[in-house]
Write a protein that binds this ligand. Structure first.
Ligand SMILES: C[S@@+](CC[C@H](N)C(=O)[O-])C[C@H]1O[C@@H](n2cnc3c(N)ncnc32)[C@H](O)[C@@H]1O
Length: 310
């Protein structure tokens, strides 16, 4: 554990990926290096660990941790979206045996009020996981036309009161722009009927929607799924690609908008003869892990094994 961060479903990920000595592992969302360090211990000195993250700070933390805990293991870092790793010339000729994406944000990101990801703490309305990303949450909230904003909140937040929320936002922003998370959270909570009586905070869904939109999360996931399919197809046809024959791919998602496309893509790949699903139903955390780690409660793990290999 590091800075209060516990990797979710760690044992289950290790079982599903089954990393062995000499394997090449791509951690597409290195975060604080929890999963990566455990996998590095298995691939050993003949293996390769590639760490990828959008957030340069986390990438450095993960890299320092894995290198310190597993001296002699080759560790390479890459900052950027996981959607681009399969095309990065720096990794041309490398085919991975194990790939993990643990989607979303890390505990240190949500706990840092300066990033504006949390509706529990006041901070600037930013929400970018990549500090150089093109658009902030404040820009979206202050500039998106009302109907579009309502659609975004409905689609990405699954918020039934999306129209009321968008209308309240637009009314308020005519007087004063939104700059802070608490300011927005207060306006949203007042617009969601019965927000005070619900189990979840009335601002939860709208904040989720904005985070997904700001970071293009669903588009990135779609392009990753496409790359997994392309990699599996290449392996199936005996062509070189970013996935080795027999590669295992594990994806951890945190809401149905992510889990649904993953489920569909893995099903379609199996039907196309590109390999087999390692999970029929998503693997979820047990009672003990859910009690110890809030984040684990909504985690869903799915895996796929590319055709071929030993
Ligand atoms: C849940 S954390 C990963 C935690 C990690 N598995 C561990 O054990 O410490 C998710 C990480 O993914 C990164 N991230 C989110 N979207 C990304 C993307 N599209 N490309 C690359 N990294 C991304 C975030 O910056 C964050 O550090």
């Amino acid at each position: 554990m590091m800075g209060g961060h516990m990797p979710v479903l760690l044992d289950e990920v290790l079982e599903l990926l089954g990393p062995g000595a000499g394997d090449r592992y791509a951690d597409l969302t290195a975060g604080l290096g929890g999963h990566a360090s455990a996998v590095a211990g298995r691939v050993g000195r003949d293996g390769l660990v590639v760490l990828n993250d959008l957030d340069g700070g986390n990438l450095e933390r993960a890299s320092a941790r894995v290198s310190a805990e597993h001296t002699g293991v080759e560790v390479r870092s890459r900052r950027g979206s996981f959607a681009e790793l399969p095309f990065d010339p720096a990794f041309e000729g490398v085919s991975f045996d194990c790939v993990l994406a643990d989607l979303g944000f890390a505990s240190n990101q949500v706990d840092d009020p300066g990033r504006g990801l949390s509706f529990r703490e006041d901070g600037p309305l930013d929400m970018r996981l990549d500090p150089e990303g093109p658009v902030t949450a404040a820009e979206l909230v202050n500039e998106t036309p009302e109907a579009e904003l309502a659609d975004l909140i409905y689609r990405y937040g699954e918020e039934r009161a999306s129209r009321r929320v968008a209308s309240a936002i637009v009314r308020r922003r005519r007087e004063r722009r939104f700059e802070r998370t608490q300011d927005l959270a207060d306006v949203v909570r007042k617009a969601v009927p019965g927000a005070g009586r619900q189990r979840i905070d009335g601002a939860t869904r709208t904040f989720q929607a904005l985070r997904i939109a700001v970071n293009g999360e669903l588009e990135m996931l779609e392009s990753l799924l496409l790359s997994v399919e392309t990699g599996a197809r290449a392996a199936a046809e005996g062509r070189p690609g970013w996935l080795a024959p027999g590669a295992r791919v594990a994806l951890i998602s945190f809401h149905s908008l992510e889990d649904r496309p993953i489920k569909r893509a893995f099903q379609a790949m199996e039907q196309a003869g590109l390999g087999e699903r390692l999970t029929r139903k998503p693997v979820v955390a047990g009672v003990a892990e859910s009690e110890a780690n809030r984040r684990a409660r909504s985690a869903k793990l799915r895996g796929f094994r590319v055709i071929g290999g030993g």
